[in-house]
Design a protein around this ligand. Sequence first.
Ligand code: SDX
Length: 396
Amino acid sequence: QTGKFTYDPGFLSTASCQSSITYIDGDKGELLYRGYPIEQLAVNCDFLETCYLLLNGELPNASEKAEFVGRVNKHTMVNEQMQFFLRGFRRDAHPMAVLTGLVGGMSAFYHDTTDITNPQHREIAAIRLIAKMPTLVAMAYKYSVGQPYIYPKNELSYTANFMRMMFGTPCEDYQPDDVLVRAMDRIFILHADHEQNASTSTVRLCGSSGTNPYAAIAAGVACLWGPAHGGANEACLNMLADIQQMGGVAKIGEFITKVKDKNSSVKLMGFGHRVYKNYDPRAKLMRETCHEVLGALGLENDPMFKLAMALEKIALEDEYFVARKLYPNVDFYSGIVQRAIGIPVSLFTAIFALARTVGWIAQLNEMISDPEYKIGRPRQLFTGAASRDVKPLAER
Ligand code: SDX
């Protein structure tokens, strides 16, 4: 019994920690940030309000929000030297490789806030990371396409500022379209935290050694990159493109047969989840956002979206997926929305990392603030050789 929540003893033995930040009920398909249903936050709040909630435990009132936004705006620029850091990468480097390097490199630029046990250091590092991730992701994109960097313009909202840094150029400014900005902001909210997923557990374990906050978050970026985790949105869109190439909706059956083949390693990307054994509530919200964005852009008949909905319908009626409780997760539709907004596929996971940074920080702070916490040290069941003597080389 932890507060209002009761767990069976079997579950307790698998729990890696206690947390009051995010609650998931995988059987019911429920997700709460600090007690607020994701469906309500996605409609009634913006991403910075959600950041404030995750970090502080309560939603901000108007003056608290204004103060928080003001603090974030003071840190949206990055040290000018960081652009030379980028030059060390090939132009075609994957944005997640670049972002892992840049976030880790922040330890070298902002060494005045590297003591993870110091609450003031953690507080400033949190604001710096939340404020600078959009700038760093946009710089990674601009570097990959050989365009000049666009500096943040703080009169814009957090998300409009990011989209201007992504799509603006010195020749033509970017006029943020409200529908697209709202959709991008909602994508950030839906990805902000998700209890003890692989990358969050990585951040907790890394931070528990006492390393600096930037290095711990860089470890999270590296873990999120994997296609079984944050890389699934990119993999899902590439999967839909492959099915399109094979012949589209008419070829879904052939693709599903490949997925079900015991000897094939083909997965239905964007489906299945370690915790959700019901529909991921974020996937529903992402599908609604798809409708809104594609409708606003006059792309209601976008073939990729139609293919995704047909694929979802067929999979949800197929015994293989039903028996294994495999449903769409957050990654199934997010790629289609981001593609419609104009985000290149290679940047999808970097966008996920941008949004999840606040969740990683909130979880790290929760762990470090617990006076009982110790450095993480998982144990193992040893299955190797028992003790034996070394033979001299001539006898081996
Ligand atoms: C994220 O943890 C989080 O919270 C993560 C995340 C977050 O916000 O941080 O929600 C973000 O990572 C979402 C997940 C994105 N990944 C994908 O969409 C990749 C495709 N999904 C699979 O890799 C898989 O579903 C996992 C890894 C996500 C979850 O795996 P599970 O629940 O541990 O399932 P499993 O590997 O034990 O598989 C159970 C069965 C197996 O078949 P059998 O051996 O029983 O015959 O289901 C099959 C699996 O082969 N299966 C799939 C499948 N997922 C599981 N078969 C086809 N396609 C799939 N996607």
